[in-house]
Ligand binder design. Sequence first.
Ligand SMILES: *[C@@H]1O[C@H](CO)[C@@H](O)[C@H](O)[C@H]1NC(C)=O
Ligand SMILES: *[C@@H]1O[C@H](CO)[C@@H](O)[C@H](O)[C@H]1NC(C)=O
Ligand SMILES: *[C@@H]1O[C@H](CO)[C@@H](O)[C@H](O)[C@H]1NC(C)=O
Ligand SMILES: *[C@@H]1O[C@H](CO)[C@@H](O)[C@H](O)[C@H]1NC(C)=O
Ligand SMILES: *[C@@H]1O[C@H](CO)[C@@H](O)[C@H](O)[C@H]1NC(C)=O
Ligand SMILES: *[C@@H]1O[C@H](CO)[C@@H](O)[C@H](O)[C@H]1NC(C)=O
Ligand SMILES: *[C@@H]1O[C@H](CO)[C@@H](O)[C@H](O)[C@H]1NC(C)=O
Ligand SMILES: *[C@@H]1O[C@H](CO)[C@@H](O)[C@H](O)[C@H]1NC(C)=O
Ligand SMILES: *[C@@H]1O[C@H](CO)[C@@H](O)[C@H](O)[C@H]1NC(C)=O
Ligand SMILES: *[C@@H]1O[C@H](CO)[C@@H](O)[C@H](O)[C@H]1NC(C)=O
Length: 496
Amino acid sequence: MALPLILMLVAVSLVRADEDAYIGVNIGTALSDMPHPTQVVALLKAQQIRHVRLYDTDRGMLVALANTGIQVIVSVPNEQLLGIGQSNSTAANWVSKNVVAHYPATNITAISVGSDVLTTLPNAAPVLVNGMKFIHTALVASNLDRQIKVSTPLSSSLILDSFPPSQAFFNRSWNPVMVPILNFLQSTGSFLMLNVYPYYDYMQSNGIIPLDYALLKPLPPNKEAVDANTLVHYTNVFDAMVDAAYFAMAFLNTTNVPVMVSESGWPSKGDSNEPDATLENANTYNSNLIRHVLNKTGTPKHPGMAVSTYIYELYNEDMKPGPISEKNWGLFDANGEPIYILHLTGSGLVLANDTTNQTFCAAKDGADPKMLQAALDWACGPGKVDCAPLSQGQPCYEPDNVIAHATYAFDTYYHQTGKDTEACDFNGVAAITTTNPSHGSCVFPGSVGRNGSLVNITAPSMNSTSSDSPGSYFYGGAFACVLMVMRAIIWSAVLL
Ligand SMILES: *[C@@H]1O[C@H](CO)[C@@H](O)[C@H](O)[C@H]1NC(C)=O
Ligand SMILES: *[C@@H]1O[C@H](CO)[C@@H](O)[C@H](O)[C@H]1NC(C)=O
Ligand SMILES: *[C@@H]1O[C@H](CO)[C@@H](O)[C@H](O)[C@H]1NC(C)=O
Ligand SMILES: *[C@@H]1O[C@H](CO)[C@@H](O)[C@H](O)[C@H]1NC(C)=O
Ligand SMILES: *[C@@H]1O[C@H](CO)[C@@H](O)[C@H](O)[C@H]1NC(C)=O
Ligand SMILES: *[C@@H]1O[C@H](CO)[C@@H](O)[C@H](O)[C@H]1NC(C)=O
Ligand SMILES: *[C@@H]1O[C@H](CO)[C@@H](O)[C@H](O)[C@H]1NC(C)=O
Ligand SMILES: *[C@@H]1O[C@H](CO)[C@@H](O)[C@H](O)[C@H]1NC(C)=O
Ligand SMILES: *[C@@H]1O[C@H](CO)[C@@H](O)[C@H](O)[C@H]1NC(C)=O
Ligand SMILES: *[C@@H]1O[C@H](CO)[C@@H](O)[C@H](O)[C@H]1NC(C)=O
């Protein structure tokens, strides 16, 4: 009887693992000194960015992204959409030249067909669905349709009456296109790509939308927006817009197509009539958004359901026409220098070059050496810390004393468990510190290296599903047990 239940739990956890939300980055290329593809990829690696969206299928980029583990969305540019939407052989050639030729070395996971087509290129709208179908058929012919999904990024301005979300619907003039798009996404197991820009919603609201609500800042409960139909409370524009998309789809009888946010961001600089395009607001929005997405909170309508999001964008694009803000959506300049340091301490490794709240776990001064030794042995044994760097001749061997070695093991364990406070106790002989204990070539997990790249934090080698699994508590508890037994042994030795 118990076995099927276990199998069921395994199946459920696989689905959930599949749905883990991630943060990706869009890579626009309108820079006067666009970095070489290998430099772009070096930046992505240093920033631990594992998901990108390209606006085309630049061969240099696709080659540079090969064998990096980075997952890539490629795009059919709007200029090519008319051709592809009118000829299945043009579509098949496009797929063969730009996708099949690079896969699997380059892990292409989706194709975005056009961008904001309905709002920016309405005359291509009649062929959009055909374009998506032709691309999909070509993938089927190459047996890649399971690995590579086809979608098209939509502007959230297509969603009318977006607040309250429960009353939102797609602009009805576009129903003849939206209905077949949704049917296509549903029948191919794809997702809705939505561009969400609370910056513009805020700008256009004439003061109705408070800035803090757009920036995902914590709000006092009386400032939350309540959907009178569902009584759901919204604390930010982003969630409300994603839920509005779910309701708008449901209005067209589509309830099982997930939303993925293909673009979102905030400009760090603007004209005099864009006073809220500031470094501080851009940093606040993107930092809050990344933490929100990675926290797997989901939206009020679909709590816990991943809304993976691609930040707009990697670089400031100085060649973009239009207002100053258009050129200033980037996280980095052309040299790969950050425009601002995101506040992402404690939310994982992606883009986490924030040293303000760096924490480490160290042995307490004056702790009992026997207790320290026991804790060190536990960490390097049942705790699954890789203690090889502590061996003679390795970078962390010196100074060869129990305090230094225990600190290395404690800190590694602490970072392996996702910096859980309870993981830095070791029965009272360890404490969290903001002082980086790295010395010489002994670089501790969690420290940002001199060149800004994060030191690898290898996941525990146990086969646990994720770093925040209850495993850490289990091991903490196990450690306490071991120590109690050890203490009993020590005490009996003393007494005897
Ligand atoms: C940063 O330094 C480490 C070791 O010092 C090196 O392995 C890594 O490639 C460097 N990263 C970048 C982006 O230069
Ligand atoms: C294009 O469509 C025609 C008619 O449906 C079909 O005969 C042909 O095989 C298709 N070609 C490709 C390349 O898919
Ligand atoms: C591409 O990424 C997906 C998602 O992580 C993974 O399942 C798949 O194995 C990768 N494919 C290749 C060819 O590396
Ligand atoms: C709906 O879409 C049509 C066609 O693009 C457009 O003319 C109209 O202004 C849109 N309606 C609203 C309220 O945005
Ligand atoms: C949605 O389903 C209802 C009930 O089956 C139907 O009346 C309505 O026409 C459908 N709407 C669309 C856009 O298909
Ligand atoms: C993550 O979500 C939980 C539950 O919604 C919340 O209590 C916690 O404050 C969130 N953490 C961050 C860093 O946003
Ligand atoms: C850093 O720590 C301080 C004090 O605990 C806290 O107020 C602040 O929000 C933290 N900053 C970040 C980016 O986590
Ligand atoms: C990390 O931040 C430091 C300053 O805080 C900066 O000098 C460095 O360039 C950054 N590194 C990367 C790779 O972003
Ligand atoms: C970091 O981990 C990756 C994947 O496990 C590995 O290929 C790479 O060599 C490691 N880098 C360092 C500096 O240890
Ligand atoms: C993890 O699981 C794989 C496959 O189930 C197994 O081959 C491997 O030995 C396990 N690793 C550890 C450290 O238990």
